[in-house]
Design a protein around this ligand. Sequence first.
Ligand SMILES: Cc1cc2nc3c(=O)[nH]c(=O)nc-3n(C[C@H](O)[C@H](O)[C@H](O)COP(=O)(O)OP(=O)(O)OC[C@H]3O[C@@H](n4cnc5c(N)ncnc54)[C@H](O)[C@@H]3O)c2cc1C
Ligand SMILES: *[C@@H]1O[C@H](CO)[C@@H](O)[C@H](O)[C@H]1NC(C)=O
Ligand SMILES: *[C@@H]1O[C@H](CO)[C@@H](O)[C@H](O)[C@H]1NC(C)=O
Ligand SMILES: *[C@@H]1O[C@H](CO)[C@@H](O)[C@H](O)[C@H]1NC(C)=O
Length: 805
Amino acid sequence: MARCCSRATSRFTHEVHKGFSKIPVSTVWMCFCLLFLSAAEAGLYSASDQIILLSKETVEPVLVNSTAALVVEFYASWCGHCISFSPVYRSLARDIAEWKTAVDLAAIDCAERANKRVCNEYQVTGYPTLKFFHAYSKPGALGQSFKGFSRDIMGLRHKIIDKLESHGELWPPACPPLEPISQAELESFFETISVRHLALIFEMNDSYVGREVTLDLLHFENIEVRRVLSTEVGLVTKLGVTDFPSCYLYYPGGNFTKLKVNIEARVFYSYALKRLPGVVRSGKPPPVIKDVHTNSTEEPWRPFNSSRVYMADLESTLHYSLRVELSAHPVIRGQALRALKMYISVLVKYFPGRPIVMNLLKAVNSWLKQSSSEVSYEELSAILDNTAQSPDTALPDGVRWVACQSSQPHLRRYPCGVWTLFHVLTVQAYNNHSTDPEEVLSAMRNYVHSFFGCRQCAEHFENMARESILEVNTLMSAVMWLWSRHNRVNNRLAGALSEDPNFPKIQWPSPDMCPSCHTVKPNGDHRWNNDRVFPFLLSFFSSSSILPDYLESEDHVLEKQRQKHADRQQALQAQKHERKIREAAGSITDPPPSPPAVQEEEEEEVEEEEGPQDEAVANMRQEDGEAAEMETKPTPWSKLEMNVGRRQQRGHGRRSIVGMKMRELPEDIVDLDSFVNQHYKAKALQLAAARVRQRSLQRKEEQEPGPVLGLGLELDVGLGMVGLQPMNERIEQRRKRELTGQYFEEEAELNHRGRWMMSVLSIGFSKVDISLCVILYFLSCMCLLAMYLFFKNRLRLRRVKVSLT
Ligand SMILES: Cc1cc2nc3c(=O)[nH]c(=O)nc-3n(C[C@H](O)[C@H](O)[C@H](O)COP(=O)(O)OP(=O)(O)OC[C@H]3O[C@@H](n4cnc5c(N)ncnc54)[C@H](O)[C@@H]3O)c2cc1C
Ligand SMILES: *[C@@H]1O[C@H](CO)[C@@H](O)[C@H](O)[C@H]1NC(C)=O
Ligand SMILES: *[C@@H]1O[C@H](CO)[C@@H](O)[C@H](O)[C@H]1NC(C)=O
Ligand SMILES: *[C@@H]1O[C@H](CO)[C@@H](O)[C@H](O)[C@H]1NC(C)=O
């Protein structure tokens, strides 16, 4: 959206100079931008940073009556201090991402003209200014400025805790108590609160560790954390505490054990406490014991060692990527073709696969090298299935997930495999002394950009790459870059609906996987020991430690491929035979089936004219039957985003007619792997349902007057039936969503919609109105010219007459 808009505005300034005729179009563009660019991504932060992007319209709704306290950064995007502070603020957002429901971070760009007045109203005079707004702030509250705040994360975090504690009556409801617990309170604790684990953090009065861990675990159930001061002599002697800080688990009846951690520090306590039995993220079902899986999914559960990489996952990923994901692109050309070539060439160089798989990849590679400016998926598919029947060449057909197995079919699996695959490839490139440090990452970036079905993921990934991929200048830094960006994604997705409760997103590797990877700074904050992380990654993803368990044997794979080929030949023969008979009989009345690509194109043209609403309705009808089943499932990302992606791609197609048409096949063709289809379909509705549930939970306390978002609207949000809604309603909707804390994902979603709308508008105006304007302009000019000549002639005639007389 931001990109579109900058293009649009620059076009605006351009055209002002050219003439007035085009102003109406440009003005529409401009208004459009002002309306929809409200949360300006053009500023220092983007939707991928876990920061609420405020605008003139959203400031009030977000700040007033919020159930969480808010820290707002007022900045100007041109100000040097703000630019240098932005990485700190971004890291702070990641550092305290788990505190969100108690205290959240927001930012507003005062350099944006539309926001100027708001910043003045909040009496902001210098940039950056940080202000703290209590929960349930009143309209007109100006917030408390952070005076002379430190520019380090720890200092800011402590300041935020101080401010949180200054809440009087109106304590943020999600925020656990932060004050120390006394011995008397402890004795009656289990009488009033039933909780499985009580963690006591013994610390000095000026230490913040206890409060930080309390907030870190605020989204987790079956655990309470309290701080105990070293001056609480009774308790200290009872438990025999000698170190401050230290953490003890305390149970009813006065039993206690010391929590074992490598280093007595915040992050280590949080890691360890989240792993206690029964501790789960609120709202997530408790992890299921592994054996139960056996009957909950179609396939039997494959026990695995989570400290290992399995070749079965990598081959499954290749199968899915090449046979399912790519099949959504009937014709591959331009940038997508370049991306595909890079991807395959990197696989040929570094994939540590079995000989038959490597032979197949090589075949694909040499075929792609000879290809012209475009390839059809059909031809590619023939190579993938080795229809030429080259010996010892095959890619196993189908998926067998092992370390990427999930408790439910729509979680983990393929995206987990994609991560694993590229980690392996970066490590292999390092081990093989590749000459180009960026080779693997560029291949990944381009693949994700052109093909990864989760379009929103692709966008987030592209943001990260654009921001920092230039840092990569050695093979080692490529390995480390991917590891640290993956951790960033883990941080952002912790607690998201796509998280498998059995495989919670952590900052990886955990201290029990690699104790020496973790260390602390002198101030007690966590620090990765990169000198240890790197060797750990090398050994974790090295080709020699990849396990071959659960792989289909090569003979079996080849045999299956032969069988498939024979079947296909037979079918072809039968078809030919039939046609011959028909020709012989002279009954060529029924025309041969038209190629699917052409047919699809026509269909889509129609669909586009009708607008997206019909599509959504159709989807809904399809999905109706699955609604009941969805109720119980958490929500993933894919279908929804595929839809969004499709719309976005269409938008692209519209604007640049020469551009490639990246279009998905109708779903029955993608149905190579029916499971994907099944739950991807279910997803949009699930998301909507889950959001409604979440919303109603949140809303209970808020008791918002007026119409509360109903299921209908939520479904709209989920399925994208937005094109025909009035604009102000949409802004309102966005505002409401921002209140609920779902902004990140939906922000991007809305942007897609904006893009879509823009393309629609550009069509509407550029085709009809521009030409009308030009014609009118031309006509009026001609008219003026004619009048001018007429009067001039008359004047001359008169003058001639006068002179004659
Ligand atoms: C490029 C990309 C972008 C994505 N963006 C989004 C998004 O925006 N929104 C969304 O909902 N989902 C996104 N996903 C999917 C998401 O990241 C997960 O892949 C998915 O939720 C499955 O998670 P998982 O639990 O299997 O672990 P994954 O994150 O998939 O990790 C797979 C395995 O890699 C190992 N691992 C974990 N962390 C690291 C690390 N830092 N370094 C090395 N190895 C590690 C672990 O063994 C783990 O089991 C994206 C995926 C990809 C490939
Ligand atoms: C804020 O909440 C209070 C009570 O909960 C309510 O009276 C007031 O109208 C709300 N204000 C706004 C602006 O929503
Ligand atoms: C799961 O299925 C297996 C057979 O596949 C069966 O032996 C077992 O009892 C089943 N478990 C449950 C809990 O139903
Ligand atoms: C899992 O793999 C790690 C690393 O190779 C090994 O140390 C550990 O013993 C394995 N665990 C099991 C249960 O096999």
